[in-house]
Design a protein around this ligand. Structure first.
Ligand SMILES: NC(=O)c1ccc[n+]([C@@H]2O[C@H](COP(=O)([O-])OP(=O)(O)OC[C@H]3O[C@@H](n4cnc5c(N)ncnc54)[C@H](O)[C@@H]3O)[C@@H](O)[C@H]2O)c1
Ligand SMILES: [Zn+2]
Ligand SMILES: [Zn+2]
Length: 361
């Protein structure tokens, strides 16, 4: 018997999202149905709606969620009904060449539910990032459920499911920020501010926040930025060099995903430093850099998918730090909203009015 619930769907490229009746099948082998308690609105949901990820419309949006396991299918042993879980989009397979090399954070064959959720007329939905969680109940692979301490509110814990983990991980996993290093973060939305908080957690002593919006820069200070640069008024590269003895930062993180920003990150980095791209570019974007600079500066240019996280290791760890008052998850939640306000939340995100709007059920 399928569950009949309400969810937020992007039917076609660029069109406003709508609330639809969604049919969620009973969990099959290896699957789980989760009662979603909270789901953050991430910029990637907007990328989906705008056709920037792929053309597999209609999409069931939402992917940054926490909730309670409502039912499990045959053979599920990692979670049970009633468990408080954060949903992840990296359910590692254990068998692909990355997993076999001992690098499951790069797993190339992550698990998703085998069955599809559908519209009432049977049209199959593409679930955003293999999750789809702007919906009262969602069907996922059981490996997409990561158990965390139920003392954490779902509004905060759910953010680890995407943007906050992507940002923290870009700093501590991909960028491998160390104590005493200098870091610059370009783009201070949820992802960028999480990178700032991650850099602070790792012990960075100089953390430069760069954005076009002064409000964002003010918020960035809350998460640990020691310096701020409004790059609509100031040359970001020069400003970053000015606070790093003329050298540039050890780690430069692009949390926008734009060639101009990447170029700034590239030049704002010290010799042998690391550049981390965590913002998602659109398919039309091109990057041109002098190859001699690429060679002459040494170091590393890295991309960070989901902060190179391992959900089973990193979600419980960050929830524990949060509960101990050492990681400010609550500060990412600008507002809680109903399911009917996702489109308005996109507008607020676009206008820079929020870090995260979080749908609560
Ligand atoms: N790699 C991953 O695994 C992953 C995961 C989640 C999100 N993302 C991506 O990260 C990016 C950021 O997501 P978000 O939710 O924080 O978005 P957001 O819209 O909340 O934040 C983007 C920020 O960048 C700023 N900005 C825009 N253009 C800029 C420029 N030219 N220079 C400096 N700042 C600029 C904006 O003012 C805003 O503060 C998006 O591209 C999103 O798709 C990546
Ligand atoms: Zn794998
Ligand atoms: Zn996301």
């Amino acid at each position: 018997m399928a569950y009949e619930v309400k969810g937020v769907v992007a039917r076609s490229k660029g069109a406003p999202v709508s609330i639809e009746t969604i049919l969620v099948p009973d969990p099959g082998p290896g699957e789980a149905v989760v009662d979603v308690a909270a789901c953050g609105v991430c910029h990637t949901d907007l990328h989906y709606r705008e056709g920037g990820i792929n053309d597999d419309f209609p999409f069931l949006l939402g992917h940054e969620a926490a909730g309670t396991v409502a039912a499990v299918g045959e053979g599920v042993t990692n979670v049970a009904v009633g468990d408080f879980v954060v949903l992840n989009w990296r359910a590692v397979c254990g068998q692909c060449r990355a997993c076999l090399k001992g690098e499951p954070q790069y797993c190339f064959a992550t698990h998703n539910a085998a069955q599809k959720m559908t519209l009432a007329d049977g049209t199959e939905l593409s679930a955003a990032l293999g999750i789809g969680a702007f919906v009262e109940k969602t069907l996922v692979h059981s490996g997409q459920c990561t158990k965390v301490d139920p003392q954490a509110p779902a509004t905060a814990a759910g953010l680890l499911g995407c943007g906050v983990m992507a940002g923290v991980g870009a700093a501590i996993n991909t960028g491998a920020v160390r104590r005493g290093e200098s870091v610059a973060v370009f783009g201070c939305g949820g992802v960028g501010d999480a990178a700032i908080a991650g850099a602070r957690l790792a012990g960075a002593t100089t953390i430069v926040a760069v954005d076009l919006d002064d409000r964002k820069l003010e918020w960035a200070r809350r998460f640990g930025a020691t310096h701020t640069v409004n790059s609509s008024q100031t040359d970001a590269v020069e400003a970053i060099k000015a606070v790093t003895n003329g050298f540039g930062v050890d780690v430069a993180i692009d949390a926008v995903g734009h060639p101009k920003v990447f170029e700034q990150a590239f030049y704002a980095r010290d010799l042998a430093g690391r550049v981390v791209l965590v913002g998602v570019p659109t398919p039309d974007m091109q990057l041109t850099l002098p190859m001699i600079e690429l060679f002459g500066r040494g170091g590393a240019l890295k991309s960070s998918w989901y902060g190179d996280c391992l959900p089973s290791r990193d979600f419980p760890l960050l929830v524990d730090l949060y509960l101990q008052g050492r990681f400010p998850l609550d500060d990412f939640v600008s507002e809680t909203i109903g399911l009917d306000a996702v489109e308005t939340a996109f507008e607020k995100m676009h206008a820079g009015d929020v870090l995260r709007s979080v749908v609560v059920f």
